[in-house]
Ligand binder design. Sequence first.
Ligand code: COA
Length: 332
Amino acid sequence: MTEKKIFIRSTGSYLPEKVLTNKMLKEMVDTTDEWIVSRTGIKERRIALENECTSDLGVKAALKALAGAKILIEEIDLIIVATLSPDYIFPSTACMIQKKLGATCPAFDVGAACSGMLFALSSAKSFIASGQYKNVLVVAAEKVSSFIDYTDRSTCVLFGDGAAAMIVSDKAGFKESLQVGEIVLGSDGQMHKSLEIPAGGSVLSARNSSTTTKDHFLKMDGKVVFKHAIQRMASSIKECLDQSDVSEQQIDYFIPHQANDRIIDALLKRFSIKIDRVHKTLESTGNTCAASIGICLDHYLDQKVKMDQNILLTTFGAGFTWGSMLLKRERQ
Ligand code: COA
């Protein structure tokens, strides 16, 4: 029996209008544009408004993806949302997005931090391959600025808000789509302390913590995360390519997690992927966590990607979690 083909019919993304530049951050913490650019490659990032929440960003990206696929919200069978900055601990941000879109289908969140988009896409792929659903809306949305301590220079320069969405379907749609290929996922809970928000869950609940300890904000051991991000993404890329018929040289578009230029450079040294095949948005978005690879894919997709070209996406996040995925532009 031939394997059922699964497609990404369309993509959409949204970035809030408010820009936070390195120069502005210099007024807030002891940092410089030179330090941030040389260590990360980031020049500015977007920050959502006070009254804009994660689901609002997700809805804006989702509406673009729905319009791109030319399908109605009534045709969506399932909504999966990836986020590390949810509207609430519960209910899920997926339920908030379902309500705002006027959908009635099942909806749930996946918790895989910055790798969430790939975990959500892999889930969508399986639901469609099993025949349970035909059209799945996958959203990755982050108002991570709500969880950033803007007096902590080691983290506040890195992150930005944004959202991405994709319509995953058993049909290619009215024009050529992206066929979903191999997806490789990984997790290692041993390393959870290196990147986490310590308070707000059952370990350190509202009863036993106070906002003055700043434990409700993101904490990170940058050096540990840096080292593991390179190792884990590199091994998942290798595994993903080994499981497919695609070689490193055949990668036309490489979209790595948009966290840090130096991590991307270190990855490139391990593979023969040409530098002009690497696509980045981090200079103007910062690290938008789960939304990062989706925003980047949406940014470059319609402009350039040609028939039969291969796209490789890879990501890494808290947990630790990581993964890689291959896409190919083709007709059904
Ligand atoms: N501006 C100026 N100086 C800063 C700074 C900032 N924004 N943040 C930290 N520093 C200082 C440190 O305090 C330290 O000073 P010291 O030597 O006097 O103690 C110095 O810069 C070096 O800090 P260090 O942590 O060694 O820098 P680094 O080379 O490891 O770079 C990161 C820091 C965060 C950029 C880097 O570790 C990194 O990118 N890690 C991965 C982060 C990431 O991608 N996370 C998300 C994954 S999903």
